[in-house]
Design a protein around this ligand. Sequence first.
Ligand code: ADP
Length: 606
Amino acid sequence: MRTRRVRRALNLLLLVAACTLAAWLGYRAAWEWQLARLHDAGRQRLVLFARSLESVLDKYEHLPFMIGLHKDAIRLLRDKDPALVPAVNELLKQAQAGTEVTQFYLLDTAGTAVASSQQRLIGNNYEYRPYFRQAMAGGAGLFYSVGTTTLVPGCFRSRPVRDGDRIIGVAAITFSLNGVERGWAESGERVALVDENGVVVLSTTESWKYRALKPLSEEVRKRVVAARQYPEVQIRPLAAEALDVLPEGVVVDGAKFPEGRGKWLAQSYLIGGPGWGLMLFSDLREVRETAVLGGVGAGFAAAFLASLFVYGRLRKKSRRDRREAAEALKRVSEDLERRIEERTAQLSNANQQLHEKVNDLEKTEAILRKTTDDAVQAGKLAVLGQLAAGVSHELNQPLSALQMLAGNGVTLLEMGETDEVRGNLQAIGELVGRLGHIVGPLKSFARKSPLELVPVRLGAAIDNALMLLSAVTARTPVKIEVSIEPPDLHVLADSVRLEQVLVNLIRNGVQAMMEEGGGGDLRIEITATSDAGIVRLVIRDYGPGFSADTLAHLFEPFYTTKPTGEGLGLGLTISRAIIERLGGTLRAENAEPGARFEILLKDATP
Ligand code: ADP
């Protein structure tokens, strides 16, 4: 985690460094490029300025020469005839006319003006001027200086005047370079003309004039003082630090110059003849601005490229991550599929086992049902067995009556008492009917019939049960009170099985009360009511009720409190099983006094 953060910070640092480097390189490249352009443009302008200056300088070069050839001029200088002065003065005036020449004069070999286009100059001595000396030496003089009498700066050109081979004087002109200077000023450039002494003589910046690029040597100083070349004797340096007289394409600090600031590109051009230098100082502000733009552009371009690179890498990474995620997902889904298959196999296996278990259960249930049916049948037979004594007693009386009537009938027949015999036979018929009445319910009760759920009239079922029990109840003082509300109440049941339950419950009640010794309120109440589609059938006796132990085990098979041979302990077990198969419930409770059984069955009253 930490190394990751460090690596990220390093990457960021690297990125910033790369952008900075790009910005610096961009700045440098733009700087060099712009500087080269400025250099080229400067050189072109410089050449242009130099050419115009040279053309002005050259323009009047021939004038002193031409005058030197004029015979009047030659005669004046050779013969020194003052009468010639006005004519020569006129000649000089004419030569000057139409030109930018300000003065035109002839100097004798001593340097004294003997004739001039301007009268006031005559008599002045210019022996100290270099242009006089140059011409006297046989050359063409060129000199820039401030006029000693006029105090106007100007350019001097001179030529020797010859008489044959002999130099007899000098012809000289003065002209202004103001036009050239104006032209520079109009161009808006910072231009300076430096003379052979390294002193600025013309400049678009006025305050630069007569200042030296570097301190003058003693020899030069003496010479310029002697020639009275500049208005000031003390020549001050131009810049705070010395500049080469002819620098070429160097960057200088403008702030070190009067009225200057910023950086400048200094360029120069050598004006061959007089050994002057024309200097151009170009402001580098635009170069710097372009360079800064270049730097910023390069920096931004680098940042853009870097962000493209980072974006590309991030995309690649995210693609890789996506691919990995997809692969992981595929793996997981394959694993899931495999597990689902395994689970499905396990489930179908379990399902199979469940099927088998269900089959087993169904079989078991069938066996159980059969067992229950058998048990119900057994229970019935047991009840029948117990009823048998009562039934045989019940049968005994009509049977002995039958026997007696039959014996009587034979005797009466022998006696020919046919009417009596008829009477006996009728009685016999009635008795047989009564016997059938007693045995009929027993037969149907004993029959093993399949369960059949149908509406059963509750009154009929209770009557049948009481009929079956009549042999038992007839021998007791127990009263059985039946109340069915409404009387036509039907329940969904199987009549034989319902009767079997009723027989069990009523018989138990009678037995319980009789066990007590037959005293007290010997009564069994059978009530039936219906509510919300459910019939509540209650059999309540006024016997001893249930002990706690009995109540706890009442419905368990083979639970009995009766002596061996009398009770099997199956009556209530079977009764509950029957009621549950009819879709109802059977429960028991103490009624204080007595016991109370409650059967709930579906109401099926039409
Ligand atoms: P059995 O009648 O053969 O004993 P049952 O299952 O019918 O079997 O009855 C179980 C026991 O429940 C009886 O032995 C008796 O103790 C008790 N019992 C049943 N009915 C009553 C009742 N109405 N009053 C008191 N005890 C009863």
